[in-house]
Design a protein around this ligand. Sequence first.
Ligand code: CP
Length: 304
Amino acid sequence: PRHLLDFQDWSPERLTAILDNADTMLQVLDRPVKKVPALQGLTVCNAFFENSTRTRTSFELAARRMSADVLTFAAGSSSVSKGESLRDTVEVLTAYKVDAYIVRHHAAGAAHLVARYSGKPVINAGDGRRAHPTQALLDAYTVRQEFGSLEGKRVAIIGDVRHSRVARSNAELLPMLGAEVVLCGPATLLPSDLAALPGVTLTSDPKEAVRGAHAVMALRLQKERMGGGFLGSLQEYADTYQVNETLMAEAESGAIVLHPGPMNRDLEISGEAADGPRSRILQQVENGQAIRMSVLYHLLVGRD
Ligand code: CP
């Protein structure tokens, strides 16, 4: 595929090649001079219509590490605030001879529109509650790095599944690579349509979710996508669904803790779990840069 908008047109072999290439990218990042000429002469536009820390900075570094020019577009300080449309904005940026777009937007499908308006390769950096494919790739990579393979691994994803593009993308990707996914949260935050995906089960019981799990991922309550906000009691939520040492005692002995970030500590995850020996949260961040280098390379240069 020319774009990475979701995993629809992607085969397990191509996705595995991206994970394999990330090993090479981590080696580049371990060198004193962390730069290769792979994208020299190309211009990558980081187009962020919604806030981000990890995805924006890691894509920017990933492109620079491969010698691309990076144009950073932050909608909050742009003429979008004066009513300029997505289409007009993309046409302006494309007139500068941008070669590829990385797009984050609060609306599902926005990255598809940028692909159509620009005619350039587009990487979806999170669109509404729909998809966040590079996050799922870095999550899969982190589990694979820990256990050597994803085959037969069980990944429990606990929290606000309904509003989470991370949960949705992981539920699509991990079973394609041989892992099993269990999605867990209060019934109101657990969309039943995801149970139709192969290799995915749903439960509202967190102990059942983590039993036999090799990795447990906590998700943030996405209040910005809830309209009136979370109507339940946050204390009750934390008492039942928080990923903490007590819950992790039910998982496999070597199980790891993941969180895509940003975290609300002591709500969906305890400080002990976030900072403890099982935590691979900063490893996810580190792997994110390598995965994004690998995706950029795959789409803009070659596939091997
Ligand atoms: N996980 C993630 O997408 O984080 P940011 O919103 O900070 O990019």
